[in-house]
Design a protein around this ligand. Sequence first.
Ligand code: FAD
Ligand code: NAP
Length: 586
Amino acid sequence: MRISSLGLCVLLPVVTAYSNQVPLGEYLPETTQSPDYYQFKWPIRRVAIIGAGVGGLIAYRELTETGYDVHLYERDDSPGGNWHYSEETPVDTPIPSVDVTIGDYVPSLPPRGAALPYVEEYDDPVENESRKRAHRAPKPIWDSLTSNAPAPVQQIRELPWPAGTPWALPNRKLQRYLRAFASWHGLNNNDNNPNVSYNTRVELIEKRYDADGKEAGWSLTLKELISTNNNKLRATWVNEDFDAVVIATGRYNAPNVPKIPGLKELAERFPEYLVHSRQYRVPEPYQDQTVLIVGAGTSGGEIARDIIKHAKKVYQSIRPETFPIPERPQGIFLSRIPHNVSIVGEIKQFITKGSQLSEGLVELSNGTVLTGIDRIIFATGYRYTYPFLPQYHNSSLGINDHAAPGEAQPIVTDGTHLRSLYLDAFYIPDPTLTFINANFGMQSFTYAEFLSLAIAKIWSGKADFPSTATLWKKYAEVYKERRGYGRHFQFLGAVRTREGLRFFQGWLNDAAVKYGGKQIDGLPKDTAEVSAVWIRARFGANGNYGINAVDVGRLSAAGFNTTGFEDVSIDGTESWAQDLVYNDYW
Ligand SMILES: Cc1cc2nc3c(=O)[nH]c(=O)nc-3n(C[C@H](O)[C@H](O)[C@H](O)COP(=O)(O)OP(=O)(O)OC[C@H]3O[C@@H](n4cnc5c(N)ncnc54)[C@H](O)[C@@H]3O)c2cc1C
Ligand SMILES: NC(=O)c1ccc[n+]([C@@H]2O[C@H](COP(=O)([O-])OP(=O)(O)OC[C@H]3O[C@@H](n4cnc5c(N)ncnc54)[C@H](OP(=O)(O)O)[C@@H]3O)[C@@H](O)[C@H]2O)c1
């Protein structure tokens, strides 16, 4: 059953849709929980972490130090997550995107009823190559990519960058750094830690029940895929039981490719010339080509900078922002896009013609038609999805519809945001299921430390956790404060990040006084100052436009309303400018 309070408003920008909503509070699921603190239904000892990116590695450290029996599963062959660059690219993504429940992969399960461990071997070298890529998922970064946060901000506090480290961090340096952190904790792929499994993808996470039919934790179906000595691939499926789970699988696994009229037909005709930004590696293949980049978030902007030196012409399609929050000068991001990139408005439709992509037409919303396009890159972002948790996906709900009380409360609906999580981390109906780094507009390298410590303390009873009724009440307040669902729902930004970390610090340090255990320091006081310098260098005076950070001429040519942005300059201390350090919300 669905409670639809939206009707046509679903089609309107989120801010409009939100104002028509019945408050979430009216749909709060019923609970019999005592009004006091939450009581876990079973003791938590054995814990699984999914993902060996910075979030999973930090969670492993924190939970192990607290005394849990921790097991880490990583689909890739080494640690580092997003920062493991490889020339190898991910398998093709559907263009346009398909239902988000399918996510970035369809879970691969052993035959029903098969005894575990269940083993299969494959020997076709061509199929094996794509099997391996689909399993490990090469990461969505490119050769020239450097950090968009400065080194003093993007670091794990236990492992500070040496003094004098250049602030822009090349991706390989970040990968080496994360490998070093993993090694320090005995988690690297050459450490032979029996509690860490690389090449192992989590296929399914299900509730586990005891002999009396009571919930008793989680059961994981895991698939390891490795090369054998005789050039075959061997897949082994096993089941493992855990008391609690940390999902640290990152936010950038499933590409978002918009459903633009005519796109499906174009992609079917010329699949090799349309890619998502996660497949982009180097600019040379774009030599002398006319390229259309759709989207001007960080990926779109940085890829435009990379290929403009090689391409014959680059068009960049942008669209008016739909976010109700945060408020900021529209189009500020254009200040990093070179002048010789042609900014154009939103695409209305693709028209396939002739035997080559370049013979087709791209019609924009303002009626302009682009011709002669040789290649298209969709830098249109990602969707949240957890293919291994199908029971918490419900793509039939409208953007601000809620599941009825008594029904399963979904975590993923349309992939733009996550639901039913307290602090964007604890699944409210069962907080033995948790998520690390599920927000954006924050700094993953530091945020994960606070979250991991909170999880460790709560599960061990060393910090009070509110009752289920209180969690839903707080959730309803957050829903209201964030002005309803949409991509902005997961956004933190500089101010909320600072407030959030202060909240964690106060909560966890109070708990340490009450129950003993570790305390945690706040972030260094100069973070805001470091950010201000970095932002001025990246977007302000040293950017393309001198002191005036918004190129209104370019924006209005692309159909944007630029009123009020004529004289926007960046000092770097403005709260919206501080958000740019994380640079990942437009
Ligand atoms: C192009 C790009 C550039 C970025 N640049 C910056 C930047 O400059 N600065 C910055 O701070 N952040 C940047 N980010 C954000 C980046 O995601 C974070 O820096 C950081 O990597 C987040 O860490 P994580 O551990 O949460 O996730 P990830 O690093 O994504 O790690 C998740 C891990 O989970 C594994 N995994 C996923 N699914 C499964 C499964 N089913 N089973 C087992 N393992 C699984 C993945 O293989 C991966 O290793 C960028 C992101 C992108 C896409
Ligand atoms: N270190 C680096 O240099 C670097 C480089 C790349 C990425 N990153 C990080 O990687 C993460 C993901 O960034 P991302 O840029 O891939 O994704 P993103 O931030 O989600 O940006 C996607 C962009 O595509 C736009 N878009 C979607 N559909 C569109 C359409 N039909 N027409 C025009 N535009 C459309 C979106 O606009 P709406 O806002 O309207 O939806 C949004 O601006 C971020 O954390 C970012 O910081 C870092």
